[in-house]
Design a protein around this ligand. Structure first.
Ligand SMILES: [Zn+2]
Length: 218
């Protein structure tokens, strides 16, 4: 039997996000009572909630959202569980901690990392993230996509400085999904993952609806 788990954060006006980015604003501009139909405008930064980072977010000349093959965003996935990495300072996932998954990760896998950070959705300065060595390990494994529950795979990089983990992953042409939620609802280690980007021209990132499907293998 298939079990579908929604891994996406609800997008709403004034939702928490990085302080350097403008707030989400969703406004009703037509109503059934007045105009006969209901319509909204949606204003949001490209990085908000559960979203995909394209290589062009950090790498000059890197692929943009609309240039990435759709195949990258769905496929067989494995969850790596580090649920106690949330809401702490400097709690990176090291290469040593990845050791136990070393032989379980296949080429083209989608990697989902549970750091427990999704339990603190308003925390944008304390969350689990990964080390540069761990990032290189994923590149060497030729994964298809890296998806995490943290708002970023890098922690507290000062404005104007390059983000080293983003650089390694995106530099290898691997997109990143940040801001997954509900990861405790995933019961199987392997499952089918779908997190499709809305196709926006030239975009460096875009919110997505990410789901896990248990009981489906292809
Ligand atoms: Zn992002």
């Amino acid at each position: 039997m298939l079990r579908i788990i929604d891994l996406s954060i609800l997008i709403q006006t004034n939702m928490p996000n990085f302080s350097v980015l403008p707030k989400v604003k969703i406004n009703k501009i037509r109503s059934i009572e007045k105009e006969g139909d209901e319509v909204r405008t949606i204003f949001m930064p490209s990085h908000v909630g559960t979203h995909i980072d394209a290589p062009s977010h950090q790498v000059a000349g890197g692929a943009r959202i609309d240039e990435l093959p759709i195949e990258k965003f769905l496929g067989n996935a494995i969850i790596l569980n580090y649920p106690n990495k949330n809401n702490c300072d400097n709690t990176l996932i090291s290469l040593k901690e990845l050791e136990r998954y070393k032989n379980k990760i296949n080429e083209n896998d989608i990697i989902v990392i549970n750091t427990g950070s999704y339990k603190n959705p308003g925390s944008f300065d304390k969350f689990g993230y990964i080390s540069q060595e761990a990032a290189k390990f994923f590149v060497d494994k030729k994964i298809s996509l890296l998806a995490v529950d943290s708002p970023s795979v890098d922690l507290n990089v000062p404005e104007g400085k390059k983000m080293p983990v983003h650089q390694i992953i995106l530099g290898a042409g691997i997109p990143i999904i940040e801001g997954l939620t509900n990861l405790d609802k995933i019961k199987e280690e392997r499952f089918f993952f779908i997190g499709l980007p809305i196709n926006i021209k030239d975009s460096d990132a875009v919110p997505c609806r990410a789901i896990a499907i248990e009981g489906l293998t292809i």
